[in-house]
Every structure is written in C-alpha cells, then in structure tokens.
Write a protein that binds this ligand. Structure first.
Ligand code: ATP
Length: 280
C-alpha cells in the first residue's frame, strides 16, 4: 500500500468520528499521567498508539473504557459523552478491550470457546428464539475463518500455541461485534511469523470495526500500515505514518533519549535495551 494511504485525514468530517477524546487530563494523586489530550478516531479506521514507557497509552485506554476517570475533558463516542458512564454501560455501547474478555477456557474446544463468546450477553429468552442456534453456528464458522483456526476447531484450547490462543481471544472479543476494539500489545511474546499473521488479522477487522492498537514492536506497527499517534508525557506528541515518524528527530529523541545535536554519537552509545524496545 502506498505511504500516502497511511496519512491522517486533516479534518475528518465529524459524522465520521467514532471516538472523540476532547482535552482529557488524568491525575493520579496529583501526577498528571495524561494532560489535555485530544484524539479523534474515524469510524472503521485502524489507529496505532505508540510512545515510550509511561507515555500514558494504557491510561488512555483505561479512560476510554471508564476504568479511570479524567479530572477534566470529555470522551465522546458516536457524539455522546461517555466520560461519566459506568464501565458496563460503556461496554454495552460496543467498546471492548481485549484483556477484559474472559480468558480462553482451556477445557473447551476452540469452537466451543467461540460459541460461548457468541452467546455471551444474549439473554436466555433471546437464545431460545427459533434460528438462533443456526445463526450462532454460522457466526462461529465466520470467526474460525477470521482467526484462521478452522483446522483446530475441535481441538481443546489448552493445546493451542501462544499465538493461536491470542487469535482465539481476538475472535472471542469480535464475537460480540464491538464497534470499537482496543488492543493492548496483542503481539507480546509472539514469533515473527505469528506477529505477521496477527497484523493481517487486525487489518481485516478494520472497516467493520474501529480498532485502536497499542504496541511497541515496530515490525508489527509497520505491517499494520495505519496512521500512528505518538504519545509522550501524557500528550499527543506526533501523528503520522511510520516513515514520517522514523525520519522525525524529535520522535527519535523521545524514544532513544538521543540529543538532536549529535545523533551519531548517541546512536552509537544508546543502551541496547532502549534501542530494542522502540526499534523505531
Ligand atoms: N494507578 C496508577 N497510580 C499512579 N500512577 C499511575 C497509575 N497508572 C499509571 N500511572 C503512571 O502514569 C504514567 C502513565 O502510565 P501508563 O501505564 O499509562 O503508560 P504507558 O504508556 O502505557 O507505559 P508502558 O508502555 O510502560 O505500558 C506512568 O508514569 C505510570 O507510572
């Protein structure tokens, strides 16, 4: 895909905005983990959130799902303020964070797990409606195809490899058809091959879903080929595509602690752990 496709729209029309974070500040005992942060996410888009440790990425997701309350600002979803809603009501609006899903049930088969997830949230009466069972089976088949786990459908989830378990969990989250899906480091612990497949899976979710992904793995971020928002010290530091951000000395500096005046010297002396963490 050409680089231009990843560039953020300058001023997207408000009707296309699913999530509109307006100037939020989050304070923990006086420490501002997020400071006057604004972010707009168009409906059906895929957005990547990166930033050094402590930048506020997880706190932002916690605020969107109502786990953490901002001291000021507003989180708007489909034009409605959700800032003061309890977590369960925000979830009921179709906002789902992957780690919130109950983990995979090891004793159940892959398709059994997906069936449980497809039924979750439906009342007893709804599940007794004629045709519901057939519709759920069709949904499970769709989810098996989406996650590439058709060949493992009957196998117990306990036997899945790490990556496969993650795909099953993504499938379980998608089963409830969330409009906004928040994924926090979905490729942690994955091999390069699993990471590439995860990128493909996540890309395929955009359109039907709006997806916001946090990750540190730049190889994965590159494969996602999506607009990126860089957070730093609780604020939006930059937005753009990966090639633009990689060429930005200020972004390099916050990731690597590399002084702009003498990048060569610092690149040579930057601690290996810091470089490998960001890999930008
Ligand atoms: N419950 C809390 N109480 C106090 N401080 C917190 C709390 N949660 C987060 N923080 C602080 O807020 C800042 C932002 O943390 P956050 O976890 O959001 O960063 P992050 O960008 O997700 O970092 P990482 O990439 O390391 O996960 C950090 O300085 C962190 O120590």
């Amino acid at each position: 895909m050409p680089a231009e496709s990843a560039v953020l729209p300058a001023t997207p029309p408000p009707a296309d905005i699913l999530l509109d974070v307006q100037g939020i500040t989050v304070s923990f005992d006086g420490f501002k983990a997020i400071q006057n942060l604004s972010l707009q996410v168009p409906r059906g888009s895929l957005r990547v959130l990166i930033g050094p440790n402590g930048a506020g990425k997880s706190t932002l997701l916690d605020t969107i799902i109502g786990k953490v309350r901002p001291v000021s600002g507003d989180v708007r979803y489909l034009g409605q303020s959700i800032t003061r809603l309890p977590e369960y009501r925000i979830a009921n609006l179709g906002i789902c964070r992957k780690f919130q899903a109950p983990g995979v049930l090891d004793g159940l088969s892959v398709e059994g797990n997906l069936m449980v997830a497809a039924r979750r949230g439906k009342g007893v009466l709804a599940s007794l409606k004629p045709g519901t069972g057939a519709a759920e089976r069709r949904r499970v088949e769709e989810l098996l195809a989406l996650t590439g786990l058709e060949h493992k459908a009957a196998q117990p989830a306990s036997g899945l490899a790490h990556g496969e378990k993650q795909w099953l969990e993504i499938g379980m989250v998608v089963a409830s058809d969330p409009q906004l899906l928040l994924l926090d480091e979905p490729t942690a612990g994955m091999t390069a091959q699993e990471t590439a497949k995860t990128a493909e899976l996540i890309r395929s979710l955009a359109g039907r879903h709006t997806v916001l992904v946090i990750d540190h793995d730049m190889a994965f971020v590159e494969l996602l080929d999506a607009p990126i928002t860089v957070l730093h010290q609780g604020q939006v530091f930059r937005e753009g595509d990966l090639s633009t951000l990689r060429a930005d000395p200020d972004v390099m500096e916050i990731y690597l602690g590399r002084p702009k005046e003498d990048p060569k010297k610092d690149a040579a002396t930057a601690p290996a752990t810091e470089v490998s963490h960001a890999q930008a």
